[in-house]
Ligand binder design. Structure first.
Ligand code: ADP
Ligand code: MG
Length: 698
């Protein structure tokens, strides 16, 4: 009995090899695309659409365009070149005209493309004895060419060897009508209505057989919403469970030290700071442990917020640990805390590896005595020998620079089983919706407002032939007693090459334009202590110019530095440039950021958001749009499902709705046990198996 004779009834669970039109070879190819069942086939959705609005009539193609066309092959052949390269060429025609299409080095296409076939081609139009199309990708629609009949939208699927796009499309087309009625919506209707997306069967219909590209995009929204909703459900559930399990210290808002601090502060808090302080105080006074991320651009005033948290712990008789990733940053925090707290007569202890043994011993004794104290330091804070007798709050700056173990080690330095509250700080701006999706297991406070009084940094892109003028400008700034940074790109693959280039440039600068000035080179091969030493000299005004091949410490604060020159700006991402610019503009004098080099039009366009705004969140957004989400999500999302359809940045609004939807669902039915949630529970389990154990705990 052949599978086909087993009866026409095909369910969503039917293995693909039992579908009409699929033999063993095709089943094998389908499996390569992760398509095992009829359901998988139904959910193999197009990655792109073409229609009359995206396809250019051939007659209108101009040299320099990047376009998609659909045309029929009228002639074809292989051209040998003098260099032995074989070129497959075809002439394609549509109702408006003809164009030559060329595939250098791909003679085998002669077997895959026939006269009379209709091709969908995408790529640049260049000049070669006239217009010539050079496709980046193409789809052979075959001789029937039904796809182009007026108004029809062409769905383009991911294909694989032995299974062309066209076969996949035919296969889906053949089974769609039988399978669709078996699909049932499992997400709550109210949520779908709120998100403005169609129900699942209708969405799948529109994805495979759209009436317009807009129709398909709406349908895509249904799948994207589901992914976002599920991630938020999982994160929120994890968060709720963790909170239940996290017995913390219940601080009392005595408003003793904190009120006095507010009175002596030389400035008004920004609205964002007030909000963050309020959120932190509420967390600290609640019975569960605080686990909060404070995110804000460089200079947004995170330290002041952290000081409020520290004072709340102190006035409750607890100790505070503030941990920074480098000695230099720890020193800087200590200075800031010192300065801010001096009017209250509070002196923090600085604990770093380079403090003398005597100093460290003294601090250790005080900490062991249980005396309320703020200890600021590096990893040295969590090495053996430092015991906090009464640790109430751990503040961790640049949290991403510490591994989970480091953070845990610090948090567990307290005795008596009391668990300190944790405040993480980060100066890497991430749009709020993204932060909420990525750090769903943390609470997030965002400082999205600058303290008043900071001058904008004048930013410009200058060509290579303006170099002499830029250097002369720096010299004038140095004459006024200011300091400058010159940054060369860090090239991971060949730090050696970068170092050589920077060293050469450095020597030329010392010999020529900056003769007589005090320069130092900071590079990635230096030990952390050596780097700190150079940075310290620069901070203390013993150097005029810092030439760096390495990214300069994010949090470093040298108010007297007023010029930042970036060489090869094309090698930097927008967020990196923003971090670099953040090194200047920290004092009262006007500051400048100059991108130096010939970059071409395309790069100049890419750099534009950086030149036009100083809003770190806007720049982060533009950066993510340029680079895609990959990097960001790869790092943190371990154990959390990845997105196949959704893009948290582009789908920001959907993400917000999904977050609200997840909260509402869990408030009503924390374990998703209600009968109307069974379908959703089933899909969650099928899709995110392990993560779903969270729903069995409670
Ligand atoms: P961050 O740690 O976020 O980079 P800081 O906390 O170091 O920023 O603050 C940067 C500078 O701005 C510090 O000199 C600080 O005293 C000052 N500052 C902070 N908050 C305010 C405010 N609300 N108004 C004016 N200046 C402020
Ligand atoms: Mg800081």
């Amino acid at each position: 009995m052949t599978p086909a004779a087993a009866g026409p009834r095909r369910t969503l669970e039917t293995p693909v090899e039992f579908l009409t039109g699929v033999g063993p070879r095709r089943a094998e190819a389908l499996r390569r695309l992760n398509i095992f069942t009829a359901r998988d086939l139904l959910f193999h959705i197009p990655f792109r659409y073409e229609d009359a609005s995206t396809v250019t009539p051939i007659a209108r193609l101009r040299v320099g365009d990047d376009a998609s066309v659909i045309g029929t092959v009228v002639s074809k052949g292989i051209l040998p070149t003098r260099k032995g390269l074989r070129i497959f060429q075809a002439v394609v025609q549509d109702a408006s005209g003809m164009i030559e299409v060329s595939w250098p080095g791909q003679p085998w296409l002669d077997r895959a493309i026939n006269k009379g076939d209709q091709l969908l081609l995408t790529g640049p139009v260049r000049f070669y004895h006239g217009r010539q199309f050079a496709p980046r990708e193409f789809v052979n629609l075959g001789p029937d060419g039904d796809a182009t009949s007026a108004g029809r939208v062409l769905a383009v699927y991911r294909a694989t060897e032995g299974l062309s796009f066209k076969l996949i499309r035919q296969l889906i087309e053949k089974h769609l009508d039988a399978l669709l009625p078996q699909v049932q919506e499992y997400l709550p209707t109210a949520l779908l209505a709120e998100a403005g997306v169609p129900a699942l069967p209708e969405a799948l219909r529109a994805l495979h057989r759209p009436t317009s590209v807009a129709d398909a995009l709406r349908a895509r929204g249904r799948l994207a919403y589901e992914e976002l909703l599920f991630v938020h459900l999982l994160q929120r559930r994890a968060h709720d469970l963790a909170k239940q399990a996290r017995d913390g210290i219940r601080f009392v808002n005595k408003k003793d030290l904190t009120s006095r601090f507010r009175e002596v502060l030389p400035f008004e808090l920004t609205k964002a700071q007030v909000r963050a302080v309020r959120e932190i105080v509420a967390d600290m006074c609640a019975p569960a442990r605080m686990h909060r991320l404070l995110q804000g651009d460089v200079g947004s005033g995170k330290t002041v917020v952290a000081v409020f948290a520290a004072l709340l712990a102190l006035e409750n008789g607890y100790q505070v640990a503030v941990m920074a990733p480098t000695e230099l940053l720890a020193e800087q925090h200590a200075r800031t805390f010192d300065r801010l707290l001096a009017p209250l007569g509070i002196v923090p202890a600085l604990i770093t590896g380079s403090r003398s043994a005597k100093e460290r011993k003294l601090a250790a004794t005080r900490l062991e005595s249980g005396e309320p104290l703020i200890a600021i330091g590096t990893h040295a804070l969590q090495v053996e020998g430092t015991t906090f007798a009464k640790l109430g709050l751990a503040v961790i700056d640049e949290q991403h620079r510490f591994g989970v173990e480091h953070r845990r080690a610090l948090v567990e330095r307290g005795r008596k089983g009391e668990k300190p509250d944790v405040l993480l700080m980060s100066a890497t701006p991430i749009p709020r919706s993204l932060a909420l999706t990525m750090y769903g297991d943390l609470d997030v406070s965002i400082l999205d407002e600058r303290p008043p009084g900071r001058q904008p940094v004048t930013t410009a892109l200058r060509p290579e032939n303006g170099r002499a003028r830029v250097l002369a400008f720096i010299n004038r700034q140095l004459d006024e007693g200011r300091q400058a940074y010159l940054v060369y790109p860090l090239i991971e693959e060949s730090e050696k090459v970068a170092l050589k280039a920077a060293t050469k440039a450095f020597e030329e600068l010392v010999a020529g334009p900056f003769a007589g000035r005090r320069l130092a080179l900071l590079h990635g091969r230096m030990k952390p202590e050596e780097k700190d030493q150079v940075m310290r000299a620069f901070r203390d005004g013993q150097l005029d110019v810092l030439v760096a091949t390495t990214v300069i410490e994010v949090g470093i604060d040298v108010p007297n530095a007023t010029v930042m020159v970036v060489e090869h700006p094309e090698r930097f991402g927008l967020s990196q440039l923003h971090q670099l610019r953040g090194r200047v503009g920290r004092g009262a004098a006007e500051s400048f950021c100059i991108l130096l080099g010939d970059v071409g039009e395309e790069v100049a366009e890419r750099l534009r958001p950086f030149l036009e705004t100083e809003d770190g969140f806007a720049i982060a957004r533009a950066d993510l749009e340029q680079r895609g989400m990959g990097d960001l999500f790869g790092e943190r999302q371990s154990g959390v499902p990845m997105f196949k359809v959704a893009d948290p940045l582009r789908d920001e609004e959907l993400g917000e709705l999904a977050r609200g939807g997840a909260a509402a669902l869990l408030a009503q039915d924390p374990e998703l046990k209600a009968p109307q949630h069974q379908g959703m529970q089933l899909v969650l389990r099928r899709q995110y198996g392990r993560a779903l154990e969270l729903f069995r705990v409670g």
